[in-house]
Design a protein around this ligand. Structure first.
Ligand SMILES: NC(=O)c1ccc[n+]([C@@H]2O[C@H](COP(=O)([O-])OP(=O)(O)OC[C@H]3O[C@@H](n4cnc5c(N)ncnc54)[C@H](OP(=O)(O)O)[C@@H]3O)[C@@H](O)[C@H]2O)c1
Length: 254
């Protein structure tokens, strides 16, 4: 009974930014739980590699190239998934980027780029894939925000603002779409080992400073998100919406 609650058998998921890092790891976790998974990034070779690993689980996978900041790309992406996999039950808005920069030196162009990549992309994918979910009166949207969307950090104003926006978008859509049985939740990681954080974590001083803020005393691994994403994508979380789950080794409770 309990295992069935977490099963994603015959469900269809769409994961953005699934060419590497957290997105790839979450796409594989959904596939291991039985979902067919469409995987998206701007780099074909990366999503093809993710798709072929996913297929090893005996499920279908469609690799797609799209820039999720562009409305026409997102529309085409959703149409392709609906054409090839027939539906979208689960959307994971994971594509994102980080750029360090103190506010006084951060250009308007870079600020806008950060908001487009992290926040506008989440709005666009939620709106265009969400339309299909609203029509069929069922769906699960999972937005990858960040602990820095709820806490401040020097040199990260644009990133913090963009991820704070993702958290608020999550709550607003959760309220708006509850009547259609579409749940919208967010996962907020802190520091995880991926290409995004490679340079930072390579610097021993920065790494120790980060570790000093994490009660569990280790940097997160992409697989630390597996259980949470499957939970939020499955029936087990049907009565949960508008929530932010911090996967941060305890960073946010100190
Ligand atoms: N790593 C961390 O410590 C951490 C902590 C908190 C939150 N997060 C969030 O978790 C998410 C994943 O982070 P990560 O560390 O796995 O990053 P990553 O290793 O840099 O991977 C990001 C993925 O997103 C894709 N992507 C970026 N911009 C895109 C766009 N415009 N359109 C389509 N795909 C795009 C990238 O592929 P292409 O460049 O080939 O398109 C790549 O596949 C991000 O939203 C990040 O902000 C990460």
């Amino acid at each position: 009974m309990c295992v069935e609650l977490f099963s994603l058998r015959d469900k269809v998921a769409l994961v953005t930014g699934a060419g590497k890092g957290l997105g790839k790891s979450m796409a594989l976790a959904l596939a291991e739980s039985g979902a067919h998974v469409a995987v998206v990034s701007r780099t074909l070779s990366d999503v093809e590699a993710t798709a072929s690993e996913i297929r090893e689980n005996g499920v279908n996978s469609v690799p797609l190239v799209a820039d999720v900041t562009r409305e026409e790309d997102v529309t085409r992406m959703v149409e392709r998934v609906l054409c090839e996999l027939k539906t979208i039950d689960i959307l994971v808005n994971n594509a994102g980027a980080y750029a360090f920069g103190h506010c006084l030196e951060f250009s308007l162009h870079d600020w806008q780029r950060m908001l487009e990549t992290n926040l506008t992309s989440t709005y666009l994918c939620s709106k265009i894939a969400g339309k299909h979910m609203v029509e069929k009166q069922k769906g699960k949207i999972i937005n990858i925000s960040s602990a820095l969307g709820a806490f401040g950090a020097g040199g990260s104003a644009a990133y913090c603002a963009s991820k704070g926006g993702v958290i608020q978008l999550t709550k607003a859509l959760a309220v708006e779409w509850a009547k259609y049985h579409v749940t919208v939740n967010s996962i907020a990681p802190y520091s995880m080992e991926t290409e995004m954080t490679k340079t930072m974590l390579h610097d021993e001083k920065i790494k120790q400073a980060i570790l000093s803020k994490i009660p569990l005393k280790r940097i997160g691994k992409p697989s630390d998100l597996s259980g949470v994403v499957v939970f939020l994508a499955s029936k087990a979380s049907d009565y949960i919406t508008g929530q932010v789950i911090f996967v941060d080794g305890g960073f946010s409770v100190q």
